[in-house]
Ligand binder design. Structure first.
Ligand SMILES: Cc1ncc(COP(=O)(O)O)c(C=O)c1O
Length: 387
């Protein structure tokens, strides 16, 4: 830091020129991310209320109430208006909080949590922090957790199971109904990671898609992750952790006695946290309403279907599975998929690469012309590789 401060104008200019090399969502080149440009209204209220602090709830009782209402709205979306929880920093923190809760309920040290092989790496991080053993279960042909293998893995050290409603790699949905039955039968904690799917599946259901049970309507589900900063169009950071009831949330609640707003309690990893996130989620959800999200999801799915139909027409390319939500996995029996990814990245397409496939996520900022452009790019790359 220099001794003398610099004028605002100069700094803004410098930032503009330095940050220009970062990709923007509206360029349409970001086709592999689960994030998107936040809704303009959410952006506006985020800036306006950035100095509220939900970590000191006594100072900001109104913002605290808005967070509660937001959690109730999310709970209602996931079939449980009684849900308790928080708007947190993202899916990672939400998953940490879920496993933390499972561990505190179990009150044991040597514990195991069963997760699908498709689980997001945040669950590995959570297990490492909490000193839990993660037991990964193979997937079936539809990229869902193999339920028979889950049953076999349950033992006396098992404290919980995680199911995923919208896997990171492909958007697949685990058989949550069967996991729920198993969890109830064995007295295990069941967490559903719907970080991505939480803002997609309810609207797909409205649109008449055949959506299996994945939420609190299943009695074994104890907690869920749902991320407004993914398909919820909220600014980063905005994840959601929802517990079936306030009693579960209480398991990870800590009394904080010293704050200027008076005694409070935290059931989050972080202490100080801006209320802007919850306020922005509250605003965008009320502004768009169910109808608004339905329209957005409908358009994303239209473009997803188009992409999924066109990919197999490109010689040597195929799709990994019929998309369930707005995620398309592309693979190839002919070309090394890493090579195709490399070529796409050289052409400034920000795609996501998994060990055996490329992932395209059709987020709300992706338009028809971007899908056309991507297909065009893929055709050219394949032609060059063939030659
Ligand atoms: C299913 C799932 N869970 C959790 C996460 C982690 O979310 P975040 O990056 O917001 O921490 C992701 C991220 O993509 C995800 O796909």
């Amino acid at each position: 830091m220099q001794t003398k401060g610099l004028p605002e104008k100069r700094l803004l200019k410098e930032l503009e020129s330095r940050l220009v090399e970062d990709l923007t969502y509206d360029s349409g080149r970001i086709v592999g991310s689960m994030c998107t440009s936040p809704h303009p209204l959410a952006r506006k209220v985020y800036g306006r209320y950035i100095d509220t602090n939900l970590g000191d709830s006594g100072l900001f009782p109104a913002a605290t109430e808005i967070e509660k209402e937001t959690v109730r709205m999310l709970g209602t979306l996931l079939s449980n208006p009684e849900a308790a929880g928080h708007i947190v920093t993202g899916g990672t923190e939400a998953n940490v909080l879920a496993l933390w809760t499972a561990k505190r309920i179990a009150k044991r040290t040597r514990c195991e949590v069963i997760v699908p092989a498709s689980a997001h790496c945040s669950l590995d991080k959570a297990a490492d922090m909490l000193d839990l053993k993660i037991v990964k279960i193979k997937l079936n042909k539809r990229f869902q957790v193999d339920i028979e293998a889950v049953k076999k893995a349950v033992n006396s050290n098992t404290i919980g199971i995680v199911g995923i409603a919208g896997t990171t790699a492909l958007g697949a949905i685990d058989p949550i109904d069967e996991l729920s039955e198993l969890a109830l039968e064995k007295g295990l904690y069941l967490h559903v990671d719907a970080a991505f799917g939480g803002f997609v599946l309810p609207f797909l259901k409205d649109l008449g898609h055949n959506v299996p049970g994945f939420d609190f309507s299943l009695p074994g589900v104890c907690s869920m992750t749902i991320d407004p900063h993914k398909m919820g169009l909220a600014p980063i950071p905005a994840g959601g952790i929802l517990f079936r009831n306030a009693k579960l949330r209480k398991k990870i609640s800590w009394n904080i006695p010293y704050l200027s707003g008076g005694k409070t309690e935290h059931a989050t990893v972080v202490g100080t946290r801006s209320g802007a996130s919850a306020i922005a989620v509250w605003t965008v959800m009320r502004h768009l309403g169910r109808e608004g999200y339905r329209k957005i999801v409908k358009n994303c799915m239209r473009l997803t279907s188009k992409l999924a139909e066109e990919i197999p027409k490109i010689e040597g390319l195929s799709i990994v599975m019929e998309p369930v939500m707005n995620i398309v996995g592309i693979n190839s029996d002919v070309f090394h998929i890493g090579r195709i990814a490399e070529e796409l990245r050289l052409k400034k397409w920000a795609i996501s690469l998994f060990p055996r496939h490329l992932r395209i996520v059709i987020m709300p900022h992706v338009q028809e012309e971007h899908v056309e452009g991507l297909l065009q790019g893929l055709r050219k790359i394949v032609n060059t590789l063939k030659g």
